[in-house]
Design a protein around this ligand. Structure first.
Ligand SMILES: C[S@@+](CC[C@H](N)C(=O)[O-])C[C@H]1O[C@@H](n2cnc3c(N)ncnc32)[C@H](O)[C@@H]1O
Length: 247
């Protein structure tokens, strides 16, 4: 399997430094191997999960709505450098690519080689895209190098310390005035039956998700990286949230 060298693919995506150590493969986080091997790192995972109807079913029919809500924050036409933190099953990245202006560039990172290969296979046209193996909690992009960053259903899969670092990294690499768009689970309103239906499902399959329910993404924002505004929206009776932080 060959991975695109991120620097060679896009000279202006502002990856940090040039020492070979910078590009040593990121090691696979223990939580991912232990908890999500069946969904992301096992070679058969892609064969099972890379189906649009299945990812839509997992989100109770809300995939397109949430995808479009996230992408609309970046604009009908996206300019500059955009970073997608972690691959997403389904057509999320294809829709993002379609919005890129001719000069725009998309960086996608993921820590799992299986997912990197899958994204290479899924994208027909990669002229404006760089895909690199990186850990979201230790990004190899310079400070303020991205015009926008999107983090779609990643935070609930992370232990709280990794989540903290990932949010901090997303802010660090975003330019002043740029947006960081988080879409993820959220604790639904009391009258929403999904508040009860989802607890056993998430507890069994996604053990780090419940503390995302109990907290607020806003509470995990790093104190040392200022932002100018934060907008929060919920969907589907509160089961999902979009949090947009403007640097
Ligand atoms: C974005 S999340 C979940 C998205 C959604 N559930 C879906 O349908 O794909 C899944 C991705 O996050 C990646 N991932 C998890 N932890 C990561 C980390 N620390 N750094 C980079 N990628 C990570 C996994 O390898 C996987 O490809």
């Amino acid at each position: 399997m060959t991975f695109e060298h991120p620097r060679a693919a896009s000279p202006d995506t502002a990856l940090v430094a040039t020492s070979p150590a910078t590009f040593a493969p990121a090691s696979m986080p223990e939580y991912l191997e232990k908890t999500y091997w069946w969904a992301y790192t096992h070679p058969n995972a892609v064969r099972v999960f890379e189906r649009q109807w299945l990812v839509n079913l997992i989100l109770w029919g809300n995939f397109s709505r949430l995808r479009d809500a996230a992408l609309q924050e970046l604009g009908d036409v996206i300019h500059g450098n955009v970073l997608q933190v972690a691959c997403v099953y389904g057509n999320f990245t294809q829709h993002l690519v379609r919005r890129l202006s001719p000069q725009a560039h998309l960086n996608v990172i993921d820590v799992a080689p299986v997912q990197i290969k899958n994204l290479h296979d899924k994208l027909a046209d990669k002229r404006q895209v760089s895909i690199s193996q990186q850990d979201a909690s230790e990004l190899r992009f310079e400070d303020a190098s991205q015009d926008a960053v999107v983090v779609f259903f990643l935070l609930h899969e992370m232990p709280v310390d990794v989540r903290h670092k990932t949010i901090s990294e997303a802010l660090r690499v975003t330019k002043p005035g740029g947006k960081i768009v988080f879409v993820d689970y959220h604790q639904p309103a009391r009258r929403n039956p999904f508040r009860y239906i989802m607890v056993p499902i998430l507890t069994l399959l996604e053990p780090f998700a419940m503390d995302l329910w109990r907290g607020n993404i806003a509470d995990w924002l790093p104190k040392h990286l200022p932002y100018s505004r934060i907008d929060e929206h919920t969907y589907f009776g509160g089961l999902y949230q979009k949090v947009v932080v403007t640097r």
